[in-house]
Each structure stands twice: as C-alpha cells, then as structure tokens.
Design a protein around this ligand. Structure first.
Ligand code: KIV
Ligand code: ZN
Length: 390
C-alpha cells in the first residue's frame, strides 16, 4: 500500500533513555504488550550495548512477541552491532538499527572524524549488520544539520551496503516543517523504491509532530515516535498526536497507519503508571483536559452539539467520556445538567439560586467537586422547596 505509514515505536528505547523514564525488563514487557495491542509496526526495545538490562529486554520482547518486528539500537561499530545481533538471536523478525552522526558539528567535536571516515564506518556497520539480519536500518544522526549533498551520498552508500530503511533524524529538534519536508523530499527522490525513508524528530521547538507530518507529505513512510511523546530533553514525536492528526485530517494527510486508536489513552495511562510522570494536563489527545470543557460558552455549545467544540470523539482514542468542569467560567446549562445527573431536578427559581451560590463559591476555588454542587442543590431545594430529589 503506497500510502501506508509505518509506526516505529521507540518508547522502550529513546523514550526510556530520558530522565525519569527508565524501565525494568518486566516493565518493558508490560508496555510492549500494550504497544502490540495498539498496533505499532516495529518496536525498538533497547540499546543492548548500553546495559545488560537493555540487552535482556530486547531478548525478552523478541521472545514474547515473535510475530513482531523488534529493533535493537547499535552505534556504527563492531562491538555494538554484534551485541545488538546477539540480543536479537531469538527474534523471528529482528531489525538492527545502526546509527552514526553525519553533521559537521558532530564530526568535528564529537567524533573527530572526516566525512569519508564516517561514510566508511556507516557502510561497514550496515554490512556487518546485514551479515546477521536481513532487516537493517541506518540512522544519520543529526541529519537535519547535515550538508544535504553529503547526506545524500551517505544515504545512497548505506542502501547500497544493504540498509532497507534510512532514518533521517532531527536529533536536536532544530528543523522547521518546510525545511525538514524539503530535505526528506530530496532523499526520497534520491533513494526511490530502494529503501523506506524514515523520520525521527525531537520536540525542542515544539515542532516534532509538525516536522514528522511534513516529512510524511514529502514521502517518508516510517515515523519514529513514542507514547506521550517521551524522549530525550523535550521528547520525541508523540505517537498519539501524529496518528490522530492523520486520522482527523485525512483530507490533508491521505495516509494509513495500523494503529487501533482506542488503545491510545490506555497506552498513555499504562506508561504513566510505569515511569515517573504522566502527560501534562493540557497534552493533546491523552492529557486530563484534552476532552474537558469549563467555559460556559463552550459547555453550552458542547451540550447542544458535541462537535461544536470537539474535533475528535473521546471514545475513538479510548477516553471514556468528555468532562464538563464546573468552575467560575461555567454556565447554567452545564450546571443544570450536572444537578440532574446528581439527582436534582430544579425549578427555574431553584436553578437561579443554585447558580448564584455556585458562582460565588467558584470565584474562590478552582472547580467544584460533585459533592459540593450536591450540597448547594440540597440546601437550595430545602430552602426554596418543591423540587423532586430522586
Ligand atoms: O535522535 C536521534 O538521532 C536518535 C538516533 C539514535 C536515531 O535517537
Ligand atoms: Zn532520538
């Protein structure tokens, strides 16, 4: 399928290597089970040379889910590639993901190597990886800050050496959508059908999802991403945001993924229970407020017709229902509905009274709990009388 976009999940590798996110082998297995249900195409389970735990996690994930494509990361050197291969020895669908920086800034200060040396090392690593597995991915680290002519040379060389996927990361989250799309478009054209072009974006400027989408429009067919957008520094492309942007705006993004979107929220919740933090409340798709409405005008519109203020059905991402938060910005419509849910059918006069007391209280608090609203409604119905309390 030409417009199928493959989802390469790196929650267990790039996500896991960021502060507060490290996972034990059993935790990785638990998360991997959810990723399988979610329908990701490839799971990157770890960086085996980094620790024995990571090596064990790659092996455990590959054994537990033999039908899944499982990737292990390796720098472009013999030791790393051999360790990745060893960790994947029991995998039915192993992928070695080897990487090397290609930008001049990394070559000069980090690697202290010439462009030719880096090109040779990349080719050698891919060849070695191919001697172990069929499925090899090469990543040109810091691709977005690499000279495009040189990058194209590297891309062609690693494909010639046997890489099936060429990943072009925006490692430091520096790129902007138009530029990243142009870079990806050029490499897609250069490689043609010989390899899948993949993207991997970091969110330092808050553009990881936008950059990934621009890349898909330019011909990339694999996106590397993480649940809740966890990852180095400001994180990676958020899987849930990317997938829902494609699903919600298919008029602009006529692409398909295999993600079962109803598992997005449960996957986010599970990850939050494993690592040290959850998404911020206003995080798109999976944040606490992603389907919550407090403003009276919004609540009124929402109660008349949900789509006035919601572009996605919460159930479609596994969120049980939208929330109407009753606070100082809320209106009568939502308050009346909440009172009804709480068992109070108020007369117009009673509702006026409840609303008055509610706004006075809400002015001093950040949202009222159901019990507080019920207390007000009970007091008013006792004072003003004649309301039916079920
Ligand atoms: O951000 C990056 O460049 C990476 C590579 C190892 C793929 O995570
Ligand atoms: Zn990364």
């Amino acid at each position: 399928m030409a417009d199928r976009v493959y989802i390469f999940d790196t929650t267990l590798r790039d996500g896991e290597q960021s502060p507060g996110c490290s996972m034990t082998v059993p935790e990785k297995l638990k998360m991997a089970a959810k990723l399988v249900e979610l329908g990701v195409d490839i799971m990157e389970a770890g960086f085996p040379i980094a620790s024995e735990g990571d090596a064990a996690a790659v092996d455990a994930v590959a054994r537990e889910f033999p039908w899944m494509s499982v990737a292990a990361l390796a720098r472009s050197n013999k030791l790393d590639v051999e360790k990745a291969a060893e960790s994947l020895r029991n995998a039915k669908r192993p992928r070695i993901h080897t990487f090397l920086a290609t930008s001049d800034i990394h070559l000069k200060y980090k690697l202290k190597k010439s462009r030719q040396q880096v090109l040779d090392d990349a080719v050698a690593a891919v060849r070695l990886a191919r001697s172990y597995v069929e499925d090899v991915e090469f990543s040109a680290e810091d691709a977005s800050r690499t000279d495009w002519d040189y990058l194209e040379q590297v891309c062609r060389a690693v494909v010639e050496a046997g890489a099936r996927t060429v990943n072009l990361p925006d490692t430091v989250g520096y790129s902007v959508p138009e530029e990243y799309g142009q870079m990806i478009g050029r490499m897609v054209k250069a490689l043609g059908p010989s390899a899948v072009v993949s993207v991997h974006c970091h969110d330092d400027l808050g553009l990881a999802v936008a950059n990934s989408l621009a890349a898909v429009q330019a011909g990339a067919r694999q996106v590397e991403c993480t649940i809740n957008g966890i990852g180095e520094r400001a994180g990676n492309t958020s899987l849930e945001e990317l997938v829902m942007a494609i699903n919600t705006r298919r008029d602009r993004y006529p692409f398909e993924t295999k993600i079962v979107t109803e598992h997005l929220f449960p996957a986010s919740q599970l990850l939050s229970s494993i690592i040290a933090f959850g998404p911020q409340p206003n995080k798109a798709i999976v944040g606490d407020n992603a389907f919550a409405h407090e403003a009276g005008i919004h609540q009124d519109g929402f109660l008349k017709e949900r789509t006035t203020y919601e572009i996605m059905d919460p159930k479609s991402v596994g969120v049980p229902e939208s929330k109407l938060i009753l606070g100082k910005h809320s209106g009568r419509h939502a308050l009346a509905q909440r009172c009804e849910t709480l068992g109070f059918q108020l007369t117009r006069e009673q509702l006026d009274q409840v609303y008055q007391r509610f706004t006075t209280m809400a002015d001093r608090k950040k949202g009222l709990r159901n019990e507080e609203i019920a207390d007000i409604a009970r007091a008013v119905t006792e004072e003003v009388g004649a309301a039916k309390v079920s």
